[in-house]
Design a protein around this ligand. Structure first.
Ligand code: ADP
Ligand code: MG
Length: 149
């Protein structure tokens, strides 16, 4: 399934992220592994903006920043299904770096909800089933978001 949405502002991209994650939380029943979302698109396409909306949708108060210098951040969640949101940025990370960062453990824990910027760089390490959110710059404020599983 492929869903295409045009966003006309950073706020709209955040709203799409918020609705997306709330839908995932609602729909996920007992999964055996972590739920993984790969965010794919050029620098400045809005991956981190999308994550800001995701954090809002999960009630996270901390500020979401571009984790270019911090490779991964973990946010505790109050919900029952998911206990942690992970925000990972693979811009400067290779697949072998990631596999050294407890990636296997993170992926195997069904209480983890994992969003990974530049997931396409490490697609070999992603689970067999994952969400893909592609962002494409169409104009100064226009972005095409394609969501698929
Ligand atoms: N529709 C839009 N959606 C997301 N970001 C947008 C949009 N229009 C303009 N922007 C701007 O584009 C930039 C996106 O940055 P960021 O989310 O950090 O991108 P990435 O994480 O993909 O490198 C921000 O400066 C944001 O204000
Ligand atoms: Mg980013």
């Amino acid at each position: 399934m492929k869903l295409k949405i045009i966003s006309s502002s950073p706020q709209e991209t955040q709203t799409i992220g918020k609705l997306f994650v709330q839908d995932i939380v609602q729909k996920t029943s007992s999964s055996k592994t972590a739920v993984v979302v790969s965010l794919e698109g050029d620098l400045g396409s809005g991956k981190t903006e999308f994550l800001k909306g995701v954090a809002k949708g999960l009630g996270i108060k901390e500020r979401i920043t571009s984790p270019t210098f911090v490779i991964m951040r973990q946010f505790p969640l109050s919900g029952k299904k998911f206990r942690f949101l992970w925000h990972i940025d693979c811009y400067r990370v290779s697949a072998s770096d990631l596999s050294n960062l407890f990636w296997e453990e993170i992926c195997h824990n069904p209480h983890n909800l994992v969003f990974i910027e530049w997931g396409n760089k490490v697609h070999n390490l992603l689970p067999s089933s994952y969400w893909k959110v592609k962002l494409k710059v169409l104009g100064e404020k226009e972005r095409l978001l394609t969501i698929e599983i």
